[in-house]
Design a protein around this ligand. Structure first.
Ligand code: SF4
Length: 63
């Protein structure tokens, strides 16, 4: 089991655009309400790290 968890650092996200990471998540664990920072469902997330490479602001991190 992967001990890491995906953390959304809301203050890094300008919250003014569609989040590209939502589309790269292979298990649809990320959700975005309007242009707000995305939220992650920890029950669905498999900690693959794809979204962390996609966010230019580093608002998604595996810790
Ligand atoms: S770490 Fe992978 S599974 Fe988890 S939210 Fe990001 S892209 Fe989706």
């Amino acid at each position: 089991m992967n001990p890491k968890t995906l953390k959304v650092i809301t203050e890094n996200c300008p919250q003014n655009h569609f989040c590209p990471s939502v589309l790269v998540c292979p298990v649809e664990a990320l959700k975005q309400e309007r242009y707000k920072a995305p939220t992650v469902d920890p029950e669905i997330c498999i900690q693959c790290g794809k979204c962390t490479n996609f966010c230019p602001r580093k608002a998604l991190v595996l810790v």
